[in-house]
Write a protein that binds this ligand. Structure first.
Ligand SMILES: [Zn+2]
Length: 371
């Protein structure tokens, strides 16, 4: 059949002008519509619909052919046949438009269906982030300190030697300057060797009593790296200045902090020396890795020093114009790097700073408490 297209049946009434003429004469115009509807019903997609449109409304469509053949119709019947053909043409076009809209809607629905995603379904699992053990330990420490009324403040990591040493009763040629081998920067500046610099800066401003501040961050010492020492590590310090504070307050605060962080674990106080506190003490925790039996993490001692503390030295008060007979203060510094290493269960503190994702995955202990 001429004009035939594979895929769907062609109208049976398109065969020839002669046949169309016969149809027009018999006024079987409805046959055009029926043939069109059969093709339309078989068209399942926009391309097939286009083909139906070409076949039934194009120049060679049965209706157009019949129009051309009107001359062969009796003059008396001609208006009637022409009207019927016009009506058939309109019907076909209207049904085509409706079918087009319908098929486009279906195509859209199919596409939406194919692209639909159930957003309520759980996604593909990707690695979940976790706080770094250092951040975790700092946060836990601050949670405890805030309950005691401490406020976290910040300070510069590059500071003047005055705040790092001189103001803290560590004058030039003092052995402590050797004890804490320092990274010097040009212009008399240095990388702070302890967060106590921030305490000096606060005291210099002489805020109203009581002063209860905490500061946390990196400190730098030119030290040989081993299991418990690094050239850069983290500290968290607290300073409480008021009238009438005694050594009992110091011990009480330290015991409270350690108990809140570690529970009723084994701890011991020991005498220490710091130039800016007098008397000075240290707090050791039973090593979490070896349960005080002695291991690499604790240099075989079974104990790890996690904080140093003391009563603020009178000379520090005098430096900033306080009367050491009128006010007293307690100061303490937590070695958050060692605490984090103990908490994460790593024997070498360097692992905390290696930025190895695999190591950090190992460090992450979702249900672990401070240890
Ligand atoms: Zn140990």
């Amino acid at each position: 059949m001429s004009g035939g297209t594979s895929g769907y049946p062609m109208p049976t009434r398109q065969a020839s002008d002669r046949e169309a003429s016969h149809l027009v004469q018999s006024m079987d115009v409805n046959q055009f519509i029926e043939a069109f509807r059969a093709d339309l019903a078989a068209a399942g997609n926009p391309a097939e619909l286009d083909e139906v449109r070409r076949t039934h409304t194009g120049k060679k469509s049965p209706v157009k052919a019949a129009f051309k053949d009107l001359r062969s119709v009796d003059a008396a019947d001609r208006p009637k046949v022409a009207a019927a053909l016009n009506q058939a043409q309109k019907t076909i076009e209207a049904e085509l438009d409706a079918a087009t809209a319908n098929i486009e809607a279906k195509a859209l629905a199919t596409r939406l269906d194919a692209e639909w995603m159930d957003l309520s379904m759980p996604g593909l699992a990707t690695g979940r982030g976790a706080r770094h053990p250092l951040t975790e330990v700092e946060n836990r420490c601050m949670d405890v300190l805030r309950r005691l009324g401490f406020t976290l403040i910040d300070g510069p990591e590059i500071d003047a030697a005055y705040y790092n040493f001189d103001a803290l009763n560590i004058p030039e040629h003092h052995p402590a300057r050797d004890m804490q081998d320092t990274f010097w920067v040009t212009g008399g500046l240095l990388l702070r060797s302890h967060t106590t610099t921030v305490q000096a800066r606060v005291l210099e401003e002489k805020p109203a009593l009581p002063i209860r501040i905490a500061t946390a961050g990196r400190v730098y010492r030119n030290e040989a790296v081993d299991a418990t020492h690094l050239a850069m590590f983290h500290q968290l310090e607290g300073l409480w200045i008021d009238q009438g504070l005694t050594f009992a307050h110091l011990k009480g605060v330290l015991a409270f902090i350690v108990r809140e962080l570690y529970g009723e674990g084994r701890l011991r106080f020991k005498p220490k020396f710091y130039p800016y506190t007098e008397p000075s003490i240290g707090v050791d925790l039973a090593c979490a890795l070896c349960d005080a039996a002695g291991c690499e993490a604790c240099h075989g001692a079974g104990w790890v020093t996690i904080l140093g503390a003391g009563m603020v030295h009178p000379k520090v008060f005098l430096e900033f114009g306080y009367d050491p007979d009128a006010v007293s203060g307690i100061a303490f510094g937590l070695g958050t790097t060692r605490m984090a290493a103990q908490w994460a269960g790593v024997s070498k503190v360097k692992a905390l700073y290696d930025q190895e994702l695999a190591v950090l995955h190992d460090l992450h202990r979702p249900s672990g408490g401070a240890r």
